[in-house]
Design a protein around this ligand. Sequence first.
Ligand SMILES: C[S@@+](CC[C@H](N)C(=O)[O-])C[C@H]1O[C@@H](n2cnc3c(N)ncnc32)[C@H](O)[C@@H]1O
Length: 244
Amino acid sequence: MSAPNPVDAPPHILQLLSDLHKKSLEQEAAIAQAKEGKIFSSMVMDELSGDDKNDPAAAFDKLMLDKFIALDEDKCQFTYQLINAMGATNVVEAGTSFGVSTIYLALAVARTKAATGKEGVVIGTEKEVSKADFARAYWRQCGPDVENQIELREGDLLKTLKEDLPEVDLLLLDIWSKLALPTLKIVQPCLRHGAVVLVDNTISGAEGYADLLAYLRAPGSGFRNMTLPFTNGFEMCVYMPTQQ
Ligand SMILES: C[S@@+](CC[C@H](N)C(=O)[O-])C[C@H]1O[C@@H](n2cnc3c(N)ncnc32)[C@H](O)[C@@H]1O
């Protein structure tokens, strides 16, 4: 018997999440064909051909423009649980895409804010205008309890995250692998002691994440790391520097 869904939300939100995960997996399966349905930016960039090889990053963005590539449902549920367990109220998400994982972050932050009386926000980031528009529409469908928790920063996250970050409880790195380390370095000064950094696909995407994983796992990095055994891996890194 599978475990019940831990997410406490009205039926229309649970239905929307279920529909969006389904769409996302269908899209991924169509692209990756026989490759077990998961897409890695480093993998696809290696396989580009012809003109696309000249600017693989732009070609990859073009390919992904209408794709959800949502965080897997069980990873979203784990993140929801973790936010509640930590009492996290300030969460940064890189990137947001159509805003599926963001809904879980918002639901969890709404609960922890209500339980602790603390202020807080989910800061999402998306550089594609069309994806940001879809994300906002889905959040609106969820209602104010979700919509009002989220501040979406549109544009290149290497710029949009440079200013006005609160003390961050949790950072979700669900972004093209080569952007993960630069993003972490921008947010790191704002991570509170005990903050959690989650990184998707760190087993299957290990090659693309080589620089990030070396940084996180270096002695004295301040991060305690564990690869959680979700499909393709999900890194949970706890920030506990000896000196702040
Ligand atoms: C894997 S998807 C995020 C999926 C999302 N977390 C979810 O679960 O629904 C990564 C997103 O990051 C966006 N992205 C890529 N480079 C970016 C950048 N430099 N700044 C902001 N967003 C970026 C992409 O457009 C893409 O939509």
